[in-house]
Design a protein around this ligand. Sequence first.
Ligand SMILES: Cc1ncc(COP(=O)(O)O)c(C=O)c1O
Length: 385
Amino acid sequence: MDEETRLIRAGKPPGRALRTVAPPIQRGSTVLLPTAADLYDERQQTYGRQGLATQDALRDALAELEGGKSAQLYPSGIAALSGAMLAVLKAGDEVLAADCVYRPTRRFCDTVLKRFGVNTRYYPGDLAPAELLAMAGPATRLIVMESPGSLTFEMQDVAAIAARAREKGILTLIDNTWAAGLLFKPLVHGVDLSVQSLTKYVGGHSDVFMGAAVTANDAIGRQLTAGIHEMGWSVSPDDAYQMLRGLRTLPTRMERHGRNGLEVAHWLKAQPEVVRLLHPALPGSVGHDLWARDYSGACGLFGFILRPGPPKAVEALLDTLTLFGLGFSWGGFESLAIHCDPQLGRRQFPPNLEGPLVRLHVGLESPADLIADLRCGLDAFNALA
Ligand SMILES: Cc1ncc(COP(=O)(O)O)c(C=O)c1O
């Protein structure tokens, strides 16, 4: 054969690879089928868009993590949330969503779902389950929870909501990113769809985007799979590999994030500039009882309310911090801070807080160093408030 041909055929994979601790990264769009009959055999995987060995391994691991039967992967957390909703909703349906959902989730409901004939109504994140279900009408198809809620950390009685929704034939979905699928098991509590941004704690290093939707219900699992096929979503094997790598150390990292976060939260609680903590795992915080009942631990994300002061004082606090980066994400090894007030006014039920709200993500640094940094920040706040 000529050299062009030989180079195309050279170095084909050996029959059997050596075993390694980590799974191989299998890249491929084209899947080679053994015979002509196999090309049209619907039981066979004939194309790589839905993922090969690496994505399969991650899907299996995530189903295991959440106690589900199947998991699907999406290019980001928001894609997982929108993909899961699109998979189970149709024109004429209605969604009841917590007012404290992650803002892009709300944007998806208010724009895309609306355009396709699905209406969304919002409920206060701390609404009692009976009152929430009393809001449901004949068109209500899905309840979208986020617990703890974004920025304001409202806790919901997820099990009670799921049980009452099921009685009425309404599906439930939760954004389980705070718990990373580890600290809380929504499917075990009767929720139909547990969705998380793997970008946060599973990735753990602030460098890869991905999301997952997990279910214990076979019919919903098939709907998710069909949605992935029909929308053409795909995640790369390299990214799936990174997520699988993150998953191995998730419990260890989460334990440390939770412990560091609580140490910082306890310290903040004792500072004169701080009115109140929004941290479900902190005794005395709103929602602590539900957290203690349902959760096996905490992550590093929580908020604190300052005594009243002007926005410039809050900005001075943040600008003084040297160990906390100023950034919107969380779940990585590093500490981050944002002020939240500019976002809260856009809610239907804006919280009536005693002062400005700051959100912290406590990373894996030494809590003593983080506390010293925060003390400097609070001094800067005092100078202007
Ligand atoms: C609660 C929550 N859900 C979902 C997302 C979206 O994740 P991604 O950035 O992977 O789309 C975020 C991102 O900040 C989030 O905070």
